[in-house]
Write a protein that binds this ligand. Structure first.
Ligand code: GUN
Length: 299
């Protein structure tokens, strides 16, 4: 068997085109341009790339993006002052603080300070609480993108055993909550595994749908996957591979890979997301969607 590829890139393009129309209509009817403030602290190169992608995607959709780049030594108090200013600025509808924050900054304090009505990441405790009660205000971008991708490919979640690998606040936990919700995209039987789970392969092999977000390059191998299962790879890892250059000399090439051993798993799974071009583009798309929703909420 060769797994069908779940193409996130083309779905993202399609949804973003729809959103650009939504945004234009919203601006026309309200005179308000949705605006997203993106805060990047420090010089994490991966974060810089993600933030640039978000900025470009906003611009293409007609959403105003306001970038705030702060030095790595920024004190928590100074960041809190910026958040407060953005909370009070009625021309800003969404606030995103790119994670991870540098070590010296109290991350929880910062996320707690964001006005929950502008919290387009859905990381604020109020929004996490609303999601856990099944009445979400915003849906966390990565899990939301995954639900949309499965919907698009008619992958039914109802009654299925979904195994989520990873317990992060950004992906694993909210993914589990969303799959447990009643109705479309939910109604799943959910198991959440993590680094301390015993005999992981015996559990992942039970999954009808396996969602992998553990941040370890090519961690999930073919023997961990039930034949025909749907495998969603949330990982983004930069690795160095041995290769040969144009003169036949050995050289190293840098490569972006997921948390799933793509070639091995592709031979076993029924469907698989590629990296890049799978979940990543949808995360950004859902951020745009949440920013439009935030602007509507505040209009
Ligand atoms: N870092 C990695 N993923 C995310 C995300 O979805 N939102 C934010 N704010 N930071 C991240």
């Amino acid at each position: 068997m060769t797994a069908a590829l779940l193409d996130g890139k083309s779905l993202a393009e399609e949804l973003r085109a729809e959103m650009a129309t939504d945004v234009a209509r919203f601006i026309e009817s309200t005179g308000i341009t949705p605006a997203l403030a993106v805060v990047l602290v420090g010089d994490n190169p991966a974060s810089a790339v993600y933030v640039r992608n978000k900025e470009q995607a906003c611009q293409k959709a007609g959403i105003k993006s306001l970038m705030f780049r702060l030095p790595v030594e920024t004190p928590t108090e100074e960041l809190l002052t910026l958040i407060e200013r953005l909370n009070n600025d009625t021309t800003v509808h969404g606030i995103l603080v790119q994670l991870p924050l540098p070590k010296g900054i109290d991350e929880q304090k910062i996320l707690d300070a964001i006005d929950p009505r502008k919290d387009v990441d859905a990381f604020h405790p109020e929004n996490v609480g609303l999601l856990s009660q099944g009445r979400p205000r915003f849906l966390p971008c990565t899990p939301y993108g995954i639900i949309r991708l499965m919907e698009r490919h008619q992958i039914e979640t109802s009654g299925k055993h979904v195994v989520v690998l990873g317990r992060s606040d950004i992906v694993g936990k909210p993914m589990g909550l969303m799959l447990l919700q009643k109705g479309q995209g939910g109604d799943a039987t959910v198991t959440i595994c993590h680094s301390r789970t015993k005999d992981l392969p015996s559990i992942t092999r039970q999954a009808d749908i396996l969602i992998v977000a553990i941040g370890r390059a090519q961690f999930v191998t073919a023997d961990m996957v039930k034949p025909g299962a749907v495998v969603i790879d949330v990982g983004m890892n930069r690795i160095e591979n041995e290769s040969v250059d144009e003169n036949g000399q050995p050289c190293k090439v840098r490569k972006l890979v997921g948390d799933v051993d793509y070639d091995g798993v592709r031979a076993v799974a029924g469907a698989l997301t590629p990296v890049p071009g799978g979940v990543g583009p949808l995360t950004v798309t859902m951020l745009l969607r949440n920013t439009i929703a935030a602007a509507r909420l505040q209009a």
